[in-house]
Each structure stands twice: as structure tokens, then as C-alpha cells.
Design a protein around this ligand. Structure first.
Ligand code: FE
Ligand code: FE
Ligand code: ZN
Length: 278
């Protein structure tokens, strides 16, 4: 069965998100750990977590994906901004451990004129401080569109970060279809080639989740503007190949398309109808 969900509001807690997911025929979901612009997180409610675990087990929700605030920048030139990002991530992981063995995704960051090398150095240095041996959460580096000075615009940059982290068995990758198409990986005309490249550079065993988004912009535009499935430059047929690809079909897929809940429900219905059980 296709594991698919969408980005949901976390404001009413875990059980509420799980119930919303089930309502739209999703069997996973993504959420922000706190306000996407940063700030403090709501206290963990252990009763809510317990109720969530029970509900999730009953409804076949096995994976969930938390997304770090997208304004965090582990490789800022400003030390206090790096420090803030690091402390936020440490706190996020503490919260993630209430739902063990789940996924936590973040944007590597923007080096802003310091250069990729310096940026990658800061990011891996921070990850070395975040990861600890008993941590059950897998931290995912998201593939980026390469807007501005974003790091993670190529598979090589992601590989470089992973290589510099000591306990890198706790690291994985979240592939964003809009981002990599914008970034110059042609998942429309050469999906096999892109995945072979991913395997060669990073290793497909690192791939743990897919952000499934169409793009408002053409191939290689480095823009990062998501579009509804089928309404953008990737198109429905590309997504049919993506969700059915032997290297991807067992992964959890997350919609981050410009939609309200009813729009997400339609996209989930569409993608489920295109998925071939084998
Ligand atoms: Fe993201
Ligand atoms: Fe994404
Ligand atoms: Zn994006």
C-alpha cells in the first residue's frame, strides 16, 4: 500500500493530526515541530502522545515526519543565529523521542557569501552536537532547489555533510521532487538516471522520505515554488512513475502542495489510484 500524507497543522496535537490524516485517506503526515518561523514549541502532552500511539496502531500509521522550522540556519555567518538553530534542533529531538523511531527533516541552511565549504563545516559541526548514541530519531537532510546560497542543492553537497558527521548512521535524506527538478535533476525525463546518480553519490539506503510536490517553474530554475500535483512543470505522469518506482514505492510520500485539506484529499485519491500494487 502507498504510504502517503500531507503537511498538517500541529496546533491541536498528535492525536488530532492522526485523525485528520485518516479522514483524508492518508496513512502518514508531516508537521512543523513549532512555528515555522522559529520560536518556542508547545509543551509535549504525554496523554496526547499515548492516545496518538494507540490511534496510529489501530489505523496503520507507522511513520510520521516532523519538519524543523524552515528559518533555522545552522550555517549562518552570525554565531548567535547558528546557536539558536542548534538549540532549537536539540530541543526538537528531545520532543521527537516521545514518538521513537520517527523522522525529523531540516533544510541544511544558507551559507550567505561564506561559501559552500564553510557552510558544510558549520552544518556537520552542529549535527555532531545534536546526535547522541541512544537517539532513535532519524534526522533527514532535505534536498534543496538551490535558491540563493542554499546548501543541499546537489547530491554531492549532502554527501559531504553526511561524511563529516561521526554517528552518521542516524542521518538520512528527504527527496523533494519540486526542489530537485528546480535544482537540475530531471525526474520527468530521466527518473532512473537521477536515482542511479543518487545511489552512486549518497546511496539509496539513505533515502527515507519523499516530498511529493509539482513545481510552478521550469526545469533547473532554482526557484522553489510548489504547485499542485499535475498543475506544474512535472505533471501527473511523472508522479505516476515516481510513486511506482522500485526504489521509491515503499517510502513515505508527503504532499506540500498549495492546498487546503479537501485539495490534499483529492491528490491523495489521485495518487492512490495511480499506485500499482505488486
Ligand atoms: Fe522543507
Ligand atoms: Fe520539501
Ligand atoms: Zn520547497
Amino acid at each position: 500500500m502507498l504510504t502517503i500524507g500531507c503537511h498538517l497543522s500541529a496546533s491541536k496535537g498528535y492525536l488530532d493530526m492522526a485523525k485528520t490524516a485518516v479522514k483524508i485517506n492518508a496513512n502518514t503526515f508531516q508537521f512543523f515541530t513549532r512555528n515555522p518561523r522559529g520560536g518556542s514549541a508547545k509543551a509535549i502532552n504525554e496523554k496526547d502522545i499515548a492516545a496518538f500511539h494507540e490511534f496510529a496502531a489501530e489505523h496503520g500509521i507507522k511513520k510520521i515526519l516532523a519538519h524543523a522550522p524552515y528559518t533555522l540556519n545552522l550555517c549562518s555567518a552570525d554565531e548567535s543565529i547558528r546557536e539558536f538553530a542548534l538549540n532549537t534542533m536539540i530541543d526538537d529531538i528531545k520532543r521527537m523521542e516521545y514518538t521513537p523511531n520517527q523522522l525529523y527533516n531540516f533544510h541544511p541552511g544558507s551559507h550567505v557569501k561564506q561559501g559552500v565549504e564553510v557552510g558544510i563545516g558549520f552544518i556537520s559541526e552542529a549535527l555532531n552536537k545534536v546526535i547522541y548514541p541512544e537517539m532513535t530519531t532519524t534526522i533527514l537532510l532535505e534536498t534543496m532547489a538551490g535558491k540563493g546560497s542554499e546548501i543541499g542543492r546537489s547530491f554531492e553537497e549532502i554527501r559531504e555533510i553526511i561524511d563529516r558527521v561521526e554517528q552518521n548512521e542516524k542521518l538520512g535524506v528527504c527527496l523533494d521532487t519540486c526542489h530537485i527538478y528546480d535544482g537540475g535533476y530531471d525526474v520527468v525525463n530521466d527518473l532512473d538516471g537521477v536515482l542511479e546518480e543518487f545511489d552512486k553519490v549518497i546511496g539509496l539506503d539513505r533515502l527515507k522520505a519523499v516530498h511529493i510536490n509539482d513545481s510552478k517553474n521550469p526545469f533547473g530554475s532554482h526557484k522553489d515554488r510548489h504547485e499542485k500535483i499535475g498543475d506544474g512543470s512535472l505533471g501527473t505522469e511523472a508522479f505516476e512513475r515516481i510513486i511506482n518506482h522500485k526504489s521509491l514505492r515503499e517510502l513515505p510520500f508527503y504532499l506540500e502542495t498549495p492546498n487546503e485539506l479537501d485539495g490534499y484529499a483529492k491528490e491523495i485519491e489521485l495518487l492512490r489510484s495511480l499506485y500499482k500494487e505488486i
